[in-house]
Ligand binder design. Structure first.
Ligand code: AKB
Length: 324
């Protein structure tokens, strides 16, 4: 389905790192009144609440979810609410409950209430220590060893099952670490790559929780938004993978992102104090083969590390200047 301005879109988890930016982007494209933002907490960012409809929604509350969906009759639902890798490891039962039961509630309500398209994000966390680390293929050994990864892998299979069994047009991407200046990540293993820019712009040093040569796949937010909306707008016959697509843009280590920032700020310093997130990072791919996304629906990223650094620093500095 191609959304037209008369359709309504529901974004669940609209207050999160991706949700905030996706809601803004969808409102720009389709008009604020057509994009309903929903989250378990009222957004800190007043713009999200004031620029269009907002509903308080715990996705685990199925009655409330159906109430919101009956009220707005969305044709598209973006279900982004989840506990990320590091937080889910600390709270495994709740991580599993939120990530799985939340998905079931959305998939069931979408089937029952005639939603045309559902978007659900997966992650590089579906891979594990037995997976080939370099240029990780779409189809390979998975064996994730985090609760987050296990829930994402199971979720992918459920999405495919709902597509086959119920004809629900569910689409999904395996995001790498996402980096943006408009919103902060919460509880992931790749969060360092956002935090480091904030410290640099504040004129402070940064203590990194991963070791300096830990390579992980990463992506700048404008590319993540483009990929998500391109996937959702592609004709259904082009979507050949109904579990979730590998998606890549760049791959770097803490040492390399530091060097990229130092090209603008030579005095910026980073120290390394790996914590429990190191073990998670070591079990994930270092780089991703996303050739299926490129072939099937024309995926092509715009940002590499230095282009992203340039943009992040300019925009974060502007934000700081405006806030004083
Ligand atoms: C995390 O670090 O948990 C997430 C992810 C890669 O899915 N950013």
């Amino acid at each position: 389905m191609q959304s037209t301005p008369s359709d309504t879109i529901l974004v669940i988890g609209a207050g999160g790192q991706l949700g905030l930016e996706l809601t803004h982007e969808l409102r720009q494209r389709y008009g604020a009144s057509h994009v309903v933002a929903a989250d378990v907490r009222a957004p800190k960012d007043a713009a999200t609440q004031e620029s269009g409809p907002f509903e308080l929604l715990d996705v685990l509350d199925k009655n409330r979810l159906e109430e919101v969906m009956r009220q707005y009759k969305p044709k598209q639902v973006y279900h982004l609410a989840a506990l990320l890798s590091a937080t889910a490891e600390k709270n495994p039962k709740f991580g599993w409950q939120l990530n799985m039961d939340g998905l079931f509630n959305v998939l069931d309500a979408s089937v029952d209430l005639g939603v045309q398209q559902v978007y659900w994000p997966s992650s590089i966390a579906v891979f594990g220590p037995d997976t080939p680390r370099e240029n990780t293929p779409q189809l390979t050994i998975m064996n994730p060893n985090t609760i987050y990864g296990i829930s994402k892998l199971a979720g992918e299979q459920w999405c495919e099952w709902y597509f086959k069994k119920h004809g629900l047009d569910v689409r999904s991407l395996r995001y790498p670490g996402l980096i943006g200046y408009k919103s902060l990540p919460g509880g992931g293993t790749t969060d360092y790559a956002v935090d480091i820019y904030h410290k640099a712009v504040a004129g402070q040093s940064y203590e990194c929780f991963l070791s300096e040569d830990t390579y992980l796949p990463m992506m700048y937010m404008p590319d993540a938004l483009k990929a998500t909306l391109d996937l959702m707008h592609a004709p259904a016959e082009q979507i050949k993978i109904r579990s979730s697509y590998n998606l890549g843009a760049m791959s770097f280590s803490p040492r390399e992102i530091t060097a990229s920032i130092q090209r603008h700020q030579p005095d910026f310093r980073v120290t390394y104090q790996p914590d429990s997130r190191q073990q998670i990072a070591d079990s994930w791919p270092a780089s991703i083969d996303d050739s299926r996304a490129r072939q099937d629906w024309g995926w092509q990223p715009d940002f590499d590390l230095d282009k992203m650094t340039q943009d992040m620093l300019v925009n974060l500095k502007q934000q700081v200047a405006l806030s004083v």
